[in-house]
Design a protein around this ligand. Structure first.
Ligand SMILES: [Zn+2]
Length: 81
C-alpha cells in the first residue's frame, strides 16, 4: 500500500475505508493534502455566492463506527505545518 500520508484513515472500519477508496462517487469525507480528515457539512449559500463552495469541518471521530481518528491538537499542528 502507500507510504506515509495516504491510507492513514480507514483502518477503523470497512465503511470508512470504502468511502475513502471509492472511485465510484465523490465522497463528502476526504483526507486533504495536510493529512487531515475532513467532512463536508454543507454548501455556502448559493444565492449569495456566485461560485458556491462546500464547507468542510475536520472529523475527529469516524462517523460510521465511532473510533477516534484524530485529535483537535493533531489537526491544529497539521494545519499550521
Ligand atoms: Zn470507522
Amino acid at each position: 500500500m502507500s507510504a506515509d500520508g495516504t491510507g492513514k484513515f480507514g483502518g477503523c472500519c470497512e465503511v470508512l475505508k470504502d468511502v475513502l477508496e471509492s472511485e465510484e462517487f465523490e465522497p463528502l469525507i476526504a483526507e486533504d493534502d495536510d493529512g487531515i480528515l475532513y467532512m463536508s457539512i454543507g454548501m455556502v449559500d448559493p444565492e449569495k455566492e456566485e461560485d458556491p463552495n462546500m464547507v468542510d469541518h475536520p472529523v475527529f471521530f469516524c462517523p460510521f463506527c465511532g473510533t477516534k481518528v484524530q485529535t483537535p491538537e493533531e489537526v491544529d499542528a497539521k494545519a499550521k505545518a
